[in-house]
Design a protein around this ligand. Structure first.
Ligand code: IVH
Length: 669
C-alpha cells in the first residue's frame, strides 16, 4: 500500500469507527456486530503501525490504550475544582433555598437538578476542539493529567468539531465504573485467586491512575458530563450548557430535571431515592444548581464551595435483620469465603437472604455473633454487605463466632498464608469444589470454550469418578458419557465434539485455562507472547519471568511454584499429548528478511512504539526476540529507563546496544 492509499484508507476507517462509536455510545444503537467493529479498529491500528506519521491525534485507536505514563504531569486548574456543601435533610435544604432567595434579593430563579454520581471528578480540556488534557481533582488547585487513560473512555469525544465551540473550553464530569463492569472485574479476580475490589468508586479512582492505558481500556470506565466552563460560551443557563455538551457528543445522564421551586426539587429527590438502585452506576445523592449563570455569578463562592449549588446526600440503604448462621464457600483456589445467612428481608427492590462477609478479619472486626441483629447495606454492588451489628438488640449470652478451622467440604484443616486475609483449604487434589472449580475454569468461554459442558455435567462426571483433572476430559469415551443421567447418543456426541474442538484454542487460552494462580487472561496473553511456548515458560527462572511485561514478584513466584509441583507438570504433559496448542502460532506473517535471523532483546520504554509492536516488527522482518541478554545476543534494543544491570551485562559481553532510531535504520536495510 502506498502512503497515499494508506492515508485514504485510514481516513475512511476513522470515519467508520467514529460513526459506529457515536451510534453506540450516544444513540444506543448498533448497525454492525462487535466482531465487525473490532475488525475495523484492528485494521486501523495495523495501518497506523505501518504508517506512524499518518496517525491522527484524535484517532479512535487510542481507545484501546497502549500508552505507558511513568509519571503524570501535574497541572494547575484554570478554574479551581471546588467541592459542594452537603445536606442530609429537608430542613437544611430549605435553609439553602432561603439563602439563595436572599442572595438574589427577591428575583425569580429556577433550579436544575442532577444526580450526584459516585465516581471520580475529572476536568477535560479541549483546545481547538481536541481533547488535550484530562485533569484529576487533586487538591482542587492542582491535579494530575491522565489524558491517555481518559481517552480510553469510549463515551468521551476525542474531538469536538461543532462550529459553535470556543477555542478552549473545559467539560467536567464524573468518571465511574459501571456496576456491571465492577462485578465483571471482581469475578475475573476471584477466578485467578486475587483479592477482589471493595467498591466501584475506589476502583474507578485507582484505574484512572494506572500507568498502562491498555489495562485502563480493559476496565471500561465510563463518564457522565455535568459542567461546562470557558470564555465566550454564549450560554445563559446551566440547562443550555447541558444541552450544548450533549450536542457536542458528551454523555449526559438523562436523569436531570429543571425545577421551579424547592418543593419540585424535593419531589425529584424522593423520586430518585426509590429508583437509584436501578441505575447502572452508584449515586449517593442529588446536586441542586441555580440555573441562571448570571445568578450563579451573583451568588458567588465561599472559600470551599459555590453558594449557588448544594448536594443532598441520600442515607445509605440499610436495614437490620437477624444473622441465622455463617456458612463457608470454597473456591477453585481453595480460598474460603464466609457468607452470612440472614433472616430474609426486603431491601432496595429485592429480598436479601445472604450477604458477603469477605474474610475472617471482617468477622472479627464486626464482632459477629449468631443471633445478632446486623445491618445489611446494598452499595453499588449486587451482593449486599453486612456493615455493622446492632449492639442494642444483642440478646444476652451470645458467644463470639468461631471461624471454621476446617474445610466445610472435605474436613481438611485450613491454613492461612502470611500477609493474606483469607484462609485456604490446602487439599487441592482431594477437595471436591476445588477439583470441580478447576474443571469449570478450564472449560469456560475465555479459556478452552467447551460450551457443550456445563456445571451439572461436570458434577456428574466427577461423582462417577470419570473426570478429576482437565486432562481427563480428553480421555472421555462415548460409553462413559452414556452413563450420565439423561444422556443419549446425540448429547454424548455433542460433548465429545465440543471437547475435540477445544484442541484448536490458541496457546494463551490454554495457559489461562490451566489455572495458575494470579495468571488471568491478560497476564496469560503477555506470558504467551513473551515465552512463545509452554516449554519455555515451564523452565523459566524467576529472573526470566520478571523480565516479561506486567509480571511482578507475585505472579513470577506463582508460575515457578506451579511448575515445581510434579502433578502440574504431569497434567501439562497429558494436555500436550491430547493435542492442545502449547506454543504460539506464528502470528506475524513475514514481510521481509532484512533482520536476517539476528536476535534482539527489547528493554525499557520507547517513544514511538509499544514493546509488542517492536516484537511484531522484529518477527515480521525475519529477526528473533529473546528474553535475556547473553553472549549469543546480537542486539539489545534499549529504550528509556532500561535497568542498569542489563546495560552493564550487555556492555561486558560486547552485545551491541541500539536505540529506537538505530533500529528503524536497520529495518530500512
Ligand atoms: S457539580 C462547583 N454535578 O460531587 C460545582 N458535581 O462534592 C461542581 N459530582 O467533586 C460540581 N455528580 O465530583 C456536580 N451532577 C454533578 C455531580 C457532581 C457528582 C461530584 C463531583 C464533585 C463532588 C462535589
Amino acid at each position: 500500500m502506498t502512503p497515499a492509499e494508506a492515508k485514504k484508507r485510514i481516513e475512511h476507517l476513522t470515519q467508520q469507527v467514529n460513526y459506529h462509536n457515536d451510534l453506540y455510545y450516544q444513540k444506543h444503537r448498533t448497525e454492525i456486530s462487535d466482531f465487525e467493529f473490532d475488525r475495523l479498529l484492528a485494521e486501523l491500528e495495523n495501518l497506523e503501525k505501518q504508517f506512524p506519521n499518518l496517525r491522527q491525534p484524535d484517532s479512535p485507536t487510542q481507545r484501546v490504550g497502549g500508552t505507558i505514563t511513568k509519571e503524570f504531569e501535574s497541572v494547575t486548574h484554570q478554574y479551581p475544582m471546588l467541592s459542594l456543601g452537603n445536606t442530609y435533610s429537608e430542613e437544611e435544604l430549605r435553609d439553602f433555598d432561603g439563602r439563595v432567595a436572599k442572595g438574589l434579593a427577591g428575583a425569580a430563579y429556577e433550579y436544575f437538578c442532577e444526580l450526584k454520581f459516585d465516581g471520580v471528578s475529572i476536568s477535560l480540556i479541549y483546545e481547538d476542539g481536541l481533547l488535550t488534557k484530562a485533569i484529576t481533582r487533586g487538591d482542587g488547585v492542582r491535579g494530575d493529567n491522565v489524558v491517555a487513560n481518559a481517552r480510553t473512555i469510549r463515551s468521551l469525544p476525542l474531538r469536538v468539531s461543532a462550529k459553535n465551540r470556543s477555542a478552549r473550553f473545559e467539560v467536567r464530569g464524573e468518571v465511574f465504573l459501571p456496576k456491571k463492569e465492577f462485578d465483571r472485574l471482581n469475578k475475573e479476580l476471584e477466578d485467578v485467586g486475587e483479592e477482589t475490589y471493595a467498591n466501584a468508586r475506589n476502583t474507578a479512582s485507582g484505574t484512572l491512575k494506572l500507568q498502562d492505558s491498555t489495562e485502563v481500556a480493559r476496565r471500561k470506565l465510563d463518564c457522565f458530563a455535568y459542567y461546562l466552563l470557558g470564555e465566550n460560551l454564549d450560554i445563559d443557563t446551566h440547562e443550555e450548557a447541558i444541552h450544548q455538551i450533549e450536542k457536542w457528543g458528551f454523555q449526559v445522564s438523562p436523569t436531570y430535571r429543571k425545577c421551579q421551586n424547592i418543593d419540585e426539587v424535593l419531589t425529584y429527590i424522593h423520586h430518585w431515592e426509590k429508583r437509584r438502585s436501578d441505575l447502572p452506576l452508584e449515586t449517593d445523592g442529588v446536586v441542586i444548581k441555580v440555573n441562571s449563570l448570571a445568578q450563579q455569578q451573583q451568588l458567588g463562592f465561599t472559600a470551599k464551595s459555590p453558594r449557588w449549588a448544594i448536594a443532598y446526600k441520600y442515607k445509605a440503604e440499610s436495614i437490620a435483620t437477624r444473622l441465622n448462621g455463617v456458612t463457608y464457600q470454597v473456591g477453585r483456589t481453595g480460598a474460603v469465603t464466609p457468607v452470612a445467612e440472614l433472616e430474609p428481608v426486603f431491601l432496595a427492590g429485592t429480598t436479601v437472604k445472604r450477604a458477603s462477609l469477605h474474610n475472617a478479619n471482617e468477622i472479627a472486626r464486626l464482632d459477629l455473633r449468631i443471633g445478632d441483629f446486623v445491618f445489611v447495606e446494598k452499595g453499588g454492588e449486587i451482593i449486599p454487605k453486612v456493615t455493622a451489628v446492632d449492639l442494642d438488640r444483642r440478646p444476652p449470652n451470645l458467644r463470639p463466632l468461631q471461624y471454621t478451622r476446617t474445610c466445610p467440604e472435605c474436613g481438611t484443616t485450613l491454613v492461612r498464608e502470611e500477609g493474606e486475609a483469607a484462609y485456604y483449604c490446602p487439599n487441592t487434589t482431594g477437595c471436591p469444589p476445588q477439583i470441580k472449580g478447576r474443571i469449570e475454569h478450564f472449560i469456560q468461554r475465555k479459556a478452552m470454550d467447551i460450551d457443550s459442558l456445563g456445571e451439572k455435567t461436570i458434577d456428574q462426571l466427577f461423582a462417577l469418578g470419570l473426570v478429576k483433572t482437565p486432562a481427563d476430559l480428553y480421555d472421555l469415551k462415548k460409553e462413559d458419557l452414556l452413563k450420565l443421567d439423561g444422556f443419549k447418543d446425540k448429547s454424548a456426541s455433542n460433548i465429545l465434539a465440543g471437547i475435540a474442538e477445544s484442541r484448536k484454542v490458541p496457546f494463551e487460552a490454554v495457559l489461562f485455562a490451566i489455572g495458575i494462580r494470579y495468571v488471568g487472561k491478560t497476564v496469560a496473553e503477555k506470558l504467551a507472547r513473551h515465552f512463545a511456548s509452554m516449554e519455555k515458560l515451564q523452565t523459566a527462572t524467576l529472573e526470566q519471568l520478571l523480565e516479561a511485561p506486567e509480571v511482578g514478584e507475585k505472579i513470577a513466584q506463582s508460575v515457578v511454584q506451579f511448575f515445581q509441583d510434579r502433578r502440574n507438570r504431569e497434567e501439562v504433559a497429558r494436555l500436550r499429548k491430547a493435542g492442545l496448542h502449547l506454543e504460539v502460532e506464528q502470528r506475524v506473517a513475514p514481510v521481509s528478511q532484512v533482520l536476517g535471523n539476528k536476535s534482539f532483546v527489547i528493554s525499557g520504554v520507547f517513544r514511538n512504539y509499544e514493546r509488542e509492536q517492536l516484537q511484531d516488527l522484529i518477527l515480521a522482518n525475519g529477526g528473533r526476540v529473546l528474553s535475556s541478554v547473553s553472549g549469543k545476543l546480537d542486539y539489545l534494543l534499549a529504550g528509556e529507563n532500561m535497568g542498569p544491570a542489563k546495560r552493564e551485562k550487555a556492555e561486558k559481553l560486547g552485545v551491541r546496544i541500539i536505540s529506537e532510531e538505530d533500529f528503524e535504520r536497520l529495518l530500512k536495510g
